[in-house]
Design a protein around this ligand. Structure first.
Ligand SMILES: CC(=O)SCCNC(=O)CCNC(=O)[C@H](O)C(C)(C)COP(=O)(O)OP(=O)(O)OC[C@H]1O[C@@H](n2cnc3c(N)ncnc32)[C@H](O)[C@@H]1OP(=O)(O)O
Ligand SMILES: O=C([O-])CC(=O)C(=O)O
Length: 370
């Protein structure tokens, strides 16, 4: 038995949620380009969970459920207030989501109905948790969620306490659609491995948040912004990138395990970045990003992934850099939970083998002889 490093090319689950075939991404068979242009995030979440687009009354019902569960238990908010100063936003989210389970009496109810409802609760509560954390660390009180508005609207509203601009809501909504699911990415795989032991949905989502946090996965969007800030201006791009590539430093937001000819989501985020740049009268980040892309693609053949232009998009929306990855989680919890429900439907423990490369026949040596 020999291992494939990083499980590259290994098919590890059957799924009918999203597909990547010949570089084309679909959710339940619908091309991501179509969804990005036309669907709301709530419609996409419904699609991922139930396998079909909602009709008007189904969407209204989902909105009611999201409204009903968007508030998080006060104990979770009080817990966030106790996190040490400087706690990273993804560590805070991981801990807060884990603690949500403590206040949900149905946390260990494994019936399909209870699990579906918990998926909706998690979707409703993650934006509230992220916004509350962002305010609490600034010494502000959390803003209670509004009813009857989209998740994109509510998140921006809870973050700032102000009615968000329509253009900002539209951009965030589209970004949420683009991040909602992505086949067997690392965090979704982590979620499926966790619940395949018949552990609960909160454990699965907590595992997924931990996996998303790393800079080779969801953490890359924040790392892109760190890089853009380090570069500073368009004039510095060429020397920075040439130097990084010469020193074999990875350029964040480029490359992908599955897409070798480009990530189909990146063009939508690039367009958004350009449009928001024009609207805010600040094209610098967009122009720097385009220059970076020209250099990295030109020299290494690597294309931008979903994380690259999302950094300039979120910055144009005045979202703090360390909330970029939590926003990814706000969207991806729809996909994680859909995968968790799918795993429960036809479960088998996920337990691969290792290719043992250690010593053989070693003997125990008493401590005084070592
Ligand atoms: C939502 C998401 O998770 S999208 C991915 C977000 N992550 C990033 O943007 C981080 C930067 N990118 C990367 O680290 C990688 O491209 C990954 C993790 C996304 C994919 O990794 P893998 O499929 O394992 O590719 P791997 O890391 O083995 O790279 C293959 C080769 O391309 C190079 N390479 C890959 N990505 C990059 C990059 N961003 N910058 C520079 N070189 C790169 C590697 O150094 C390696 O070169 P080598 O063969 O000369 O050693
Ligand atoms: O699929 C992956 O490996 C990473 C990714 O793009 C995602 O999770 O959206």
């Amino acid at each position: 038995m020999t291992a494939t490093k990083g499980l590259e090319g290994i098919v590890a689950a059957a799924s009918s949620i999203s597909s990547i075939i010949d570089g084309v991404l679909t959710y339940r068979g619908i091309n991501i380009d179509d969804l990005a242009e036309n669907a709301s995030f709530e419609e996409v979440a419904y699609l991922l969970w139930y396998g079909k687009l909602p009709n008007r009354s189904e969407l209204d019902e989902l909105q009611k459920q999201l409204d009903q569960y968007a508030e998080v238990p006060k104990e979770v908010i009080e817990g966030i207030k106790l996190y040490p100063k400087g706690t990273s936003s993804m560590a805070a989210l991981r801990t807060a989501v884990s603690s949500l389970a403590l206040y949900d009496e149905s946390a260990n109810d494994m019936s399909p109905e209870a699990n579906q409802l918990k998926a909706i609760k998690l979707q409703a509560q993650l934006p509230t948790v992220v916004a509350a954390f962002a305010r609490i660390r600034e010494g502000k009180e959390p803003v209670a969620p509004k009813k009857g508005v989209s998740i994109a609207y509510n998140f921006l509203y809870m973050l700032t306490g102000k009615e968000p601009a329509e253009v900002a809501v539209k951009a965030l909504d589209q970004a949420l659609v683009l991040h909602a699911d992505h086949e067997l990415n690392a965090s979704t795989f982590a979620a499926r491995v966790t619940v395949a032991t018949l552990s609960d949905i909160y454990s699965g989502v907590t595992s997924a948040i931990g996996a998303l946090k790393g800079p080779l996965h969801g953490g890359a969007n924040e790392a892109v912004m760190v890089m853009l800030e380090e570069i500073g201006t368009s004039a510095n791009v060429e020397s920075y990138i040439n130097n990084a590539l010469a020193n074999k430093v990875k350029i964040m937001g480029f490359g992908h395990r599955v897409y070798k000819n480009g990530d189909p989501r990146a063009k939508h985020l690039q367009k958004m970045s350009r449009e928001l740049g024009k609207l805010t009268g600040n094209m610098e980040l967009y122009e720097m990003s385009v220059k970076i892309e020209e250099l990295v693609t030109g020299q290494k053949g690597l294309k931008p992934n979903v994380d690259f232009y999302s950094a300039s998009v979120y910055t144009a929306l005045e979202i703090p850099r360390d909330l970029f990855t939590p926003i990814f989680a706000i969207s991806r919890v729809s996909g994680w939970s859909a995968h968790i429900l799918e795993q429960y439907q036809d479960n088998r423990l996920i337990r691969p083998r290792a290719d043992y490369v250690g010593p053989v026949g070693a003997k125990y040596i008493p401590i005084e002889q070592r």
